[in-house]
Write a protein that binds this ligand. Structure first.
Ligand code: PEP
Length: 246
């Protein structure tokens, strides 16, 4: 039985005042909530873990470096993330693959670093609009999976998020058939590479313009085990109904 996961990516948004949203979210959680992971900017990690102490909400970072320390100005390592009390880290988000030129090999190295620090890696993959239009979606997804996932994948510390780039922050959402096609493809690819037990146990999230209004329909798709949510995770009032839909 795979866990249901609602993960929020605050991106470069949030100051100390935003911690109030975590309190509101924690207060309004249903009795048996799914896993809820909020990934604020790194400036808030320590305070976010304090603010959610005693609640089921877990905290994650949005990136980490593959090295454990050294002359990497501006970066943070996986062990530094773990030191804040965070339990997760998003890796390979398309905004980092694009703006920071992160490759599949970088994502794989960061994933190993995350595991080494005891973190769960939320590994993002997804095609651009041009790639979808050129009918390359499954090829791109397959090669990102092959390149970004280390061989030692374990369902206890790895989550995969399918995020079509053209759906992120745009209000455009793939059809239910398109989401199902890609999630089924990912599941089969994982089983082929890692075997039935691990391949079936790895949680798969959908990400890209998820809102309360479309969450129920998306979560009903087989092989969708939750969502990675950007804009609609910033306010508890927007994110709580998505959590409730899982
Ligand atoms: C994201 O940034 O991972 C994301 C899915 O953003 P949004 O929900 O705003 O499309």
């Amino acid at each position: 039985m795979r866990p249901k996961i609602a993960a929020g990516n605050w991106k470069m948004n949030g100051t100390a005042a935003s911690l109030a949203e975590l309190h509101s979210l924690a207060t309004g959680l249903p009795e048996n909530p799914p896993q809820v992971v909020i990934c604020p900017p790194s400036t808030l990690l320590f305070r976010a873990t304090d603010a959610t102490h005693g609640s089921p909400i877990r905290i994650g970072a949005q990136d980490c470096h593959a090295e454990d320390g050294g002359a990497y100005t501006g970066d943070i390592s996986a062990s530094m993330v773990a030191d804040t009390g965070a339990s997760h880290v998003i890796l390979g988000h398309s905004e980092r693959r694009d703006a920071h030129r992160e490759t599949d090999a970088d994502v794989q190295a960061k994933t190993c670093a995350a595991w080494g620090a005891g973190l769960t890696a939320i590994i993002c993959i997804g095609e651009s609009e041009a790639q979808r239009d050129a009918d390359q979606t499954l090829d791109i997804i397959g090669s990102q999976l092959d390149g970004s996932l280390p061989d030692a994948v374990d369902a206890e510390n790895t989550v995969i998020a399918y995020e079509p780039i053209w759906a992120i922050g745009t209000g455009k959402v793939p059809s239910i058939a398109q989401i199902k096609e890609v999630h089924d493809f990912i599941r089969t690819r994982l089983i082929d590479r890692f075997g039935t037990e691990i391949g079936n146990a790895l949680p798969l999230l959908y990400g890209g313009s998820v809102k309360a209004a479309n969450a129920v329909e998306i979560f009903a798709v087989e092989n969708v085990d939750g969502a990675l949510v950007g804009g609609a995770s910033l306010k508890a009032a927007d994110f709580a109904p998505i959590v409730a839909a899982l």
